[in-house]
Design a protein around this ligand. Structure first.
Ligand code: ATP
Ligand code: MG
Length: 563
């Protein structure tokens, strides 16, 4: 095998394990699962897990299940179940017929709990939650046995059945696995496997008032579904001995194995459903799909293509050590994908009026514009031009510094796809703010090139005043001001007050009135944008997905640095 072949074949340690298991015949085929708890919307961290689980299943000719880990009825909702399915599909993955719910296994799990009791491997404990915690010990001290630990099997069975029958209040009793209160692994110190909770479940309604814990439901659901490789994040590493203990001590139909990989962390971003739920509930964001949210639905609304998220996940790779990824990498993946696919349009975000004095009043013409220089098949369109246009306010400076190549008094620049224009006059209001520019154009430069070969250094985008459509454009910045939000104090205090900028009365070329939802376009020289669902027939709203890199900003920053 050549070096590159070896690299291609290896991929990451999870894929190495799976390949070795298949080669050695330890697994006939690969079955994985993505197991969200339906207590919130999916975020980009989940995308890592989704791409891994569905990705390896696809690569090794196996299958991946979507399983809702719905064992905590108090926080789970139908809205989340629906959104999670939408998001996984949108990301490009398909679970086929393999949609499961841990709650479908409640009866089986209950039977297995009785099985453990019968084998004297589980007992009903009457200690309160608080007392259980006090008995648990610490990392350096062993735990202490509960006074109820040696209850007779018959008594335990009776109490457990009465727990199920609803005879006891929430928290009055729990069922614990009887493992080892002195274990070095706290997860093995008689973990709780059932608790009483008189709460309606989104799927099983009021059928149950006792619910299995995550640890008791997860591995057993894996076994029931025939999952071979149960891939989860590193915080579950310490749970693996319990995972294995339960599989070893229950009459499960298969023997899944758990493997852990590092979760995704992103600077300036929070990937905790608990905190994201708080932001939604507290109104700090407009909802789960606010384009500033790291949720799949937020990214989608911002105009990020699913392919860019998959590309991002591929580039960060799978490893066994925690690290934090730069947001710039995600932005890079988004730009790179969109550069190839997005059609170009002209849009002026902060309009400054330009009157072309030698262009006939009332005249207009259609100029050819290229839809995508990266994709000839995208073809061309026409853009209307007339005597009054808008250009970007930033593209004019009355007294420009050396490296500013755009419009200035007396200077000639190119209007993209149109003509060379020269600024002849600057009109200001009483406060000295520039309100309008007067220019002349050279009719011989139609299309944007001079027949005499003379060059200009700046090319500007523009929109015809009479033809352009008005729109609101929303620009986004990091939701948090700190790379590590919440690291010192209340996370709400770290919210970036400038994370959303709303620009009213932007001017866009008329073709943008027909932009389709879900389609991301490049506004030349500005970035990538997509139509927001807040749009209506009489109000266009666009979101900026990501800016283009601004070379001027860099030059400016360098200049400032030099003092
Ligand atoms: P919580 O915020 O309540 O701890 P969670 O983010 O772990 O929840 P789950 O619904 O339990 O959410 O996650 C489903 C799967 O996604 C799990 O296998 C989990 O390990 C994985 N996952 C969650 N967050 C990340 C992340 N940041 N990076 C990679 N995988 C993740
Ligand atoms: Mg979780």
């Amino acid at each position: 095998m050549s070096g590159t072949e070896a690299e291609e074949r290896s991929g990451d340690f999870i894929r190495d394990i799976i390949r070795a298991d298949l080669d050695a015949g330890r697994a006939g085929s690969v079955v994985t699962r993505f197991p969200p708890e339906p207590n919130g919307y999916l975020h980009i961290g989940h995308a890592k897990s989704i791409c891994l689980n569905f990705g390896v299943a696809e690569e090794f000719g196996g299958r991946c299940h979507l399983r809702f880990d719905d064992t905590n009825p108090t926080r789970e909702e139908h809205e989340f179940i629906a959104s999670i399915q939408d998001d996984v599909r949108w990301l490009g993955f398909d679970w086929g017929d393999h949609l499961y719910f841990a709650s479908d296994n409640f009866e089986t799990l209950y039977g297995w709990a009785e099985h453990l009791i019968s084998e004297a491997k589980a007992y009903v404990d009457d200690l309160s939650q608080d007392e259980i915690r006090k008995h648990r010990g610490t990392l350096t001290e062993p735990g202490r046995n509960s006074p109820y630990r040696e209850r007779a099997v018959e008594k335990n069975l009776d109490l457990f059945r009465r727990m199920r029958a609803g005879e006891f209040a929430d928290g009055a009793r729990v069922l614990r696995a009887k493992i080892d209160m002195a274990s070095g692994n706290i997860n093995l110190r008689d973990p709780v496997i059932y608790r009483i909770l008189h709460a309606e479940h989104p799927r099983t309604g009021n059928a149950w008032c006792i619910y299995p814990t995550y640890d008791f439901a997860h591995g057993q659901s894996d076994a029931i579904e025939g999952v071979t490789h149960s891939l989860c994040t590193l915080e579950f590493e310490d749970h693996r001995p319990l995972y294995d203990w339960l599989i070893d001590n229950l009459p499960v139909p298969a023997r899944p194995r758990q493997y852990e990989f590092a979760r995704l962390n992103l600077f300036y971003t929070v990937l905790s459903k608990r905190i994201l739920t708080g932001l939604v509930a507290g109104g700090q964001v407009g909802g789960w799909d606010d384009p500033r949210m790291p949720t799949i639905s937020g990214l989608r609304r911002r105009g990020v293509p699913a392919a860019a998220i998959r590309d991002f996940v591929k580039r960060i790779g799978i490893s066994k050590s925690d690290n934090t990824v730069e947001v710039a990498l995600l932005d890079h993946c988004i730009r790179e994908g969109l550069n190839k696919t997005a059609e170009r349009r002209l849009g002026v975000l902060r309009p400054l009026k330009v009157v072309i004095e030698n262009y006939d009043e009332g005249a207009e013409e259609e100029l050819d514009a290229i839809n995508n220089p990266e994709d000839a098949a995208a073809g061309t369109r026409t853009v209307p031009f007339s005597r009054e246009i808008y250009i970007e306010r930033d593209d004019f400076m009355e007294d420009p510094p050396k490296k500013f190549f755009r419009l200035a008094p007396g200077r000639e620049v190119r209007l993209r796809y149109a003509y060379f224009i020269t600024c002849t006059d600057v009109i200001k209001d009483d406060a000295g703010v520039v309100t309008e520019l007067r220019c002349t154009y050279d009719p011989a430069t139609r299309g944007g090139n001079a027949p005499d070969g003379r060059k200009v250094r700046g090319t500007l985008h523009w929109v015809s005043a009479a033809h352009g459509v008005e729109a609101e454009v929303r620009l986004f910045d990091h939701l948090f001001t700190r790379p590590d939000p919440g690291a010192e104090g209340d996370i709400v205090d770290d919210i970036n007050p400038e994370s959303l900028t709303v620009l009213k009365r932007c001017r866009l070329e008329p073709a943008l009135a027909d932009a389709r939802p879900g389609e991301t376009l490049q506004f030349e020289r500005q970035g990538y944008f997509c139509l927001d669902p807040d749009s209506s027939p009489d109000k266009l709203v666009f979101n900026r997905t990501v800016a283009l890199r601004d070379s001027w900003a860099k030059i400016k920053a360098k200049g400032a640095g030099k003092g």
